[in-house]
Design a binder for this molecule. Structure first.
Ligand code: ADP
Ligand code: MG
Ligand code: MG
Length: 211
């Protein structure tokens, strides 16, 4: 089992920022094909702002930290993803009330709360070619691993892989929500940028949790 504190979560945010920051050309290209080309700028700006506020965030309790991350994301990330990530973090803050640390099952509950909030806010579901197509399979795999008593290192690896495979699968999907749904081919044959950046975050988080 792993244990993540608010300070650990802040460390994860810095690592996620490093990865997202390094993928500018790639993610911009993906959103230029299926959307309006701004997804990397949006999400990178959000994480950059979180890192600027990291000294303040890492000393908060977990629930306040998540609420504040949500507020920053909501106000700094433009576009659809800002509202969706903002809602996700604010919903997760609610399941973290009174918690000082996150163990395996707590982190699963956090990701599930995020998924439910994104689904509720965006009115999308699995298969619509969105960020949900990375997050939902990751949550499902996480729940399976907890139920099966999968050892922590293996659990982290499997959740990460589910998120990455989920993002990869968006290539075969026709978009029902988001800008790609306005395209003639509904983005078929191309990755969804929001699913890819979601998979970066989950991969970084699970690697960090695995230690
Ligand atoms: P915008 O499309 O407004 O320019 P971004 O480019 O920042 O916003 O984000 C686009 C990503 O947001 C998409 O790739 C998709 O993953 C995600 N997305 C868009 N609409 C929805 C929705 N209704 N539900 C879930 N995710 C969505
Ligand atoms: Mg966009
Ligand atoms: Mg936009």
């Amino acid at each position: 089992s792993f244990t993540l504190t608010a300070k650990d979560y802040a460390e994860y945010i810095k690592l996620a920022y490093d990865l997202i920051h390094s993928k500018g050309d790639y993610i911009t290209e993906l959103d230029s094909v299926t959307g309006d080309g701004d997804h990397w700028t949006n999400i990178n700006m959000g994480f950059e702002n979180l890192v600027k506020n990291i000294d303040r965030l890492e000393v908060m309790g977990l629930s306040d930290e998540f609420k504040e991350i949500g507020k920053i994301m909501m106000s700094v990330i433009g576009g659809s993803s800002g509202v969706l990530y903002g809602s996700a973090y604010i919903a997760a803050a609610k399941v973290l009330k009174e918690k000082d640390v996150l163990h395996d099952a707590d982190l699963c509950a956090v990701l599930k709360a995020m998924l439910d909030a994104i689904v509720a806010r965006g009115q999308a579901k699995e298969g619509y070619k969105t960020m949900i197509d990375s997050l939902a399979p990751a949550v499902k795999k996480y729940e399976e691993c907890l139920a099966n008593g999968t050892p922590t290192a293996e659990l982290c690896e499997q959740v990460k892989k589910a998120a990455e495979d989920g993002a990869e699968n968006t290539k075969n999907m026709e978009a029902i929500r988001g800008r790609a749904s306005y395209q003639a081919n509904r983005g078929l044959g191309h990755l969804d940028p929001g699913a890819v950046t979601m998979s970066y975050q989950i991969a970084t988080l699970m690697d960090y949790a695995a230690g």
